[in-house]
Every structure is written in C-alpha cells, then in structure tokens.
Design a protein around this ligand. Structure first.
Ligand SMILES: Nc1ncnc2c1ncn2[C@@H]1O[C@H](COP(=O)(O)OP(=O)(O)OP(=O)(O)O)[C@@H](O)[C@H]1O
Length: 329
C-alpha cells in the first residue's frame, strides 16, 4: 500500500480506502474507572494504522473491544463489516491477533501449533496444508516447521505467532506491541515480514507500539490519552502540527549573521548553547536562502519535529519512555 495514497488525504480522520474498522462513541467502564471515554475512528483497508498512547490510556481496552474480547459499555464498532457485539464470531473469523504475551505451546512443533489453531478456527482440512505452507514461508520458518517451539528464539516465536494470526486469512491483523522484548535484529526481521505480508495480501494492520521508528512506518496514527483520541493523522501532518523546524547555523561572525538574518530574511534568532538558532516552518526551503546572505557559514543543521515531540505535545509524556510490560490479558 503506497504511503502517498494516505499522504494525499488531507482530512486525517478519513481513510483513503474503504473502512474495515469503524468505531463510534466507543466507551468502556470498569466500575468507577472509565478506561475508554468515546473513541471514534475509521481504519481503511490495507492501512497500517498506529494506535499510540501512554500506559493506561485505553489502548488495550479499545483493541479488546474491537477483537470482541471485551463488551463495550457504550457506542458501537464494526470490524470487517460485522458488529463487535451482535456478530462476534463473524468478527473473530476475520481478525488475527498477536498480543504481547505468547500463547504458543512450547511442547508442540511450529506446525502442530498452527494445526491446533486451524482446528480452533474450524478451517477446512483441504486448505490447512497449503495455508500452513504459505504462512510459514512468509515468516521464514518453513525449514523449522518440525522443530519444537521451545527451541525457538524470541524473534522466531513472534514470527510464528504472526504466522498463526494469519493462518485463517484474516482481513485485519491486530499487533499489540509485537516487537516488545526483541533484539534490534529480530525487530527488523519481523518488520520485513510484515512489509512483505502487506505487499502480498490486502490486509489491514492495527498496531500498538511505544517505539518511534515503528510509529513512523504507519500510514496514519491515532494518539490516545485518558480514554480519548487527541490527534489522528499521517505522521508527517502530525509532526508539522507541533512546531517548526529548528535551523542551527555556525558562522564566523554570529553578530553580523544575526543582524542580516533579521533585516534580510525577517526571522528572529536565538542562541542555544552559543549557536545561532532560527525556527522556521520549512527548513529545507530556508537553508538555500541562508547561503545567499554572503555569510561565512561553517555548518548548518536542520532538526525536524519528531513523533516523540507530537506525542509529548498531546500526552505530556515521551513516546520513548519505553514499552509497557504490564499485562492484564
Ligand atoms: N479489567 C479491568 N478492570 C479494571 N480496570 C481496568 C481493566 N482493564 C483496564 N482497566 C483500566 O483501564 C485503564 C486503561 O487501561 P488499558 O489497559 O486499556 O491501557 P493501555 O493504554 O493499553 O495501557 P498499556 O500501554 O499499559 O498497556 C487503566 O486505568 C486500567 O487500569
């Protein structure tokens, strides 16, 4: 799915393709605790959708409602065209789940784990063999199909879980912090498989993550805080919304540079750690104009707002604060 398709959609809340997940006024209360306070969203077919928020924001509860594991207190949601309350088994047939905690059986082989899942889902025997081959191939585990899962590395187990989540050809794959606890190489490997999967099957991926690089991959992101969505758009629009590019210029004569920047380019400067700093909407367009001033410039660097800045602006905490380790599921 080309990113540009989604980039071209100006209204962040509207997906570029027909919605496969739709939630309207979704609420979940646990006694006095209002875990989810009214979530509205639409996720398009084929989209990689990021659902970000600090610990306790309501992400897992929202996912559990979308996956039919928890019944909403209010509002409604449809997944793959089916209502999450009235058509639970239809929803379940069309979704795949990969949660933080492994539910694989270490005493069974990779293939036996998949077979067991196929039985639970009532898959037709005729399709199980070919589909098992296809998903094991997709996640690079075809040659380990007969090995016991307890001999697998953390990355291999996570890949097998993705294979299992895909076995029944779901339309939506829910990945709840899928790379938590994995080393960088396994994380990169897992994303290679997700990319390949998205290229090969018209699947929608609903992702929660605390990693900025994973959030950057998303076509669109919702930032949820205190049970509500505070922002929803493409990563680039969200970043543009939180501030300016920071251009830091090192010159041979900062006083002269400061005067020229103000008089000729009409920009205010500050000095941060002794370096002349300018905040501008578009650093890339600004830098060539700097060089036209005839200054002797030693170096220039441009820093753009990151998704971490976006997260901080909307939630008051840092995305990079680290993945959650709690689990109530
Ligand atoms: N079964 C439950 N009973 C009571 N309160 C709950 C239950 N599940 C969640 N909550 C509360 O609802 C709120 C939202 O929790 P939720 O797990 O959805 O957050 P989260 O965004 O997924 O957090 P994390 O990133 O830590 O997984 C929290 O205050 C949590 O304590």
């Amino acid at each position: 799915m080309a990113l540009t398709t989604f980039e071209s959609v100006r209204r962040g809340r509207t997906p570029a393709t027909s919605p496969v997940i739709e939630a309207s006024g979704l609420v979940k209360r646990y006694g006095q605790v209002e875990a989810v306070r009214g979530i509205d969203l639409a996720v398009g077919t084929g989209e990689l959708f990021g659902f970000l928020g600090p610990n306790g924001a309501g992400k897992s509860t929202t996912i559990q409602m979308l996956c039919t594991l928890v019944r909403p207190t209010g509002g409604s949601a449809r997944v793959a065209g089916f209502d999450v309350v009235r058509q639970r088994s239809d929803v379940r047939r069309h979704i795949g789940l990969v949660f933080q905690e492994s539910t694989l059986d270490g005493h069974l082989t990779a293939e036996q784990n998949l077979r067991f899942h196929a039985d639970v889902y009532g898959m037709a025997r005729s399709s199980v063999r070919s589909r098992t081959d296809a998903v094991l191939e997709m996640v690079g585990l075809a040659d380990r199909r007969g090995a016991l899962v307890r001999t697998f590395s953390g990355g291999m187990k996570r890949r097998l879980e993705i294979a299992r989540g895909l076995l029944h050809s779901p339309r939506v794959l829910f990945l709840d912090e899928p790379t938590i606890g994995l080393d960088p190489e396994s994380r990169a490997g897992l994303w290679r498989y997700v990319d390949r999967l998205r290229a090969e099957e018209d699947i929608t991926v609903f992702l929660t993550t605390h990693y900025m690089d994973e959030a950057e991959r998303c076509d669109r992101i919702a930032i949820v805080d205190d049970g509500r969505i505070g922002a929803l758009d493409t990563p680039s629009v969200l970043k543009a919304g939180v501030g300016h590019d920071r251009v830091r210029v090192d010159t041979t004569d900062d006083d002269a540079a400061e005067a020229l920047l103000q008089s000729r380019l009409g920009v205010e400067t500050t000095r941060e750690a002794g370096v002349l700093t300018v905040l501008v909407p578009d650093g890339e367009q600004f830098v060539p104009r700097l060089f036209e001033l005839g200054l002797t410039i030693r170096s220039v660097d441009v820093t753009r707002p990151t998704l971490d800045d976006v997260f901080l602006a909307h939630t008051g905490s840092r995305l990079a604060a680290g993945p959650s380790r709690g689990g109530r599921r």
